[in-house]
Design a protein around this ligand. Structure first.
Ligand code: DC
Length: 235
């Protein structure tokens, strides 16, 4: 692998893309960009500013001036807005249930996509990774934000596996009640988000990795294999 390298990973809720992307970035010694956290931060900021999330113009105006600071250190991916550390607050159910309203705002997407592209470019020349590159994950990284990335992966998992994982993350258990409580966050949100981005089917040239039957370590190994084989010319 010759740096700089840009690795784009997309996938639906509960596919495990955040933890997988973070760990892959750690192992490669590159930066990590959680673009979902940017949509969550934008939602948090709108709520704090008292903006009605259905007022798309007001939301766009407020997001345009959001004082966002994203750390791209995979060991400490802190998110700050107005110098407040909101890394935990943006994971609250209150944000999870509202974030699609902001993420389906086309003008907001353009604002955040520009920030994301700038960050990817910065890591290819300097930044946290000192020019080694970045793993960027989300819903439209392989297709719109970085269609020219060196490696593009769509990480999927069956609906059952995704519900189980998200229930375990949010409720600490994957029993029937916890899985039921997770359905809105996973299925309804993906249905809403699918209206503006296609992340259920891989675009041309994007490699699909189904992690339904893989544990965490197996998924990391599979991603590292794809990276090695995509970037190393055949002997
Ligand atoms: O991956 P996540 O659950 O943290 O994402 C939060 C929301 O942001 C989710 O509703 C999908 C949306 N999102 C998006 O539309 N485009 C991205 N690149 C990343 C996330």
């Amino acid at each position: 692998m010759t740096p700089p390298i840009t690795i784009a990973i997309d996938g639906p809720s509960g596919s495990g893309k955040s933890s997988v992307s973070k760990e892959v970035a750690r192992r490669l010694g590159v930066a990590y960009l959680d673009t979902g956290a940017m949509y969550r931060a934008a939602t948090w900021w709108c709520l704090r500013e008292g903006v009605d999330l259905t007022d798309t113009q007001a939301v766009t105006a407020v997001v345009d001036t959001m004082p966002l600071t994203m750390s791209v250190n995979p060991n400490d991916p802190t998110v700050r807005v107005d110098d407040i550390n909101i890394s935990e607050a943006i994971r609250d159910t209150g944000i999870s249930t509202k974030v699609s309203a902001v993420a389906t705002n086309i003008e907001v997407r353009e604002i955040l996509r520009t920030l994301q592209r700038n960050r990817i470019t910065a890591e290819r020349t300097g930044g946290f990774s000192q020019g080694k590159g970045i793993v960027a994950e989300g819903r439209d990284i392989t297709t719109v934000v970085a269609p020219d990335a060196d490696v593009r992966i769509l990480l999927t998992a069956s609906e059952e596996a995704r519900l189980r994982r998200r229930a375990q993350d949010v409720h600490g258990t994957a029993d029937a009640q916890a899985v039921e409580a997770t359905k809105d966050e996973v299925l309804r949100r993906d249905a809403d988000d699918s209206t503006v981005t296609q992340f259920q089917i891989a675009a041309d040239g994007v490699i699909t990795l189904d992690s339904s039957d893989l544990d965490f370590e197996q998924t990391i190994t599979a991603v590292l294999n794809i990276i090695e084989h995509t970037t190393t010319p055949a002997q």
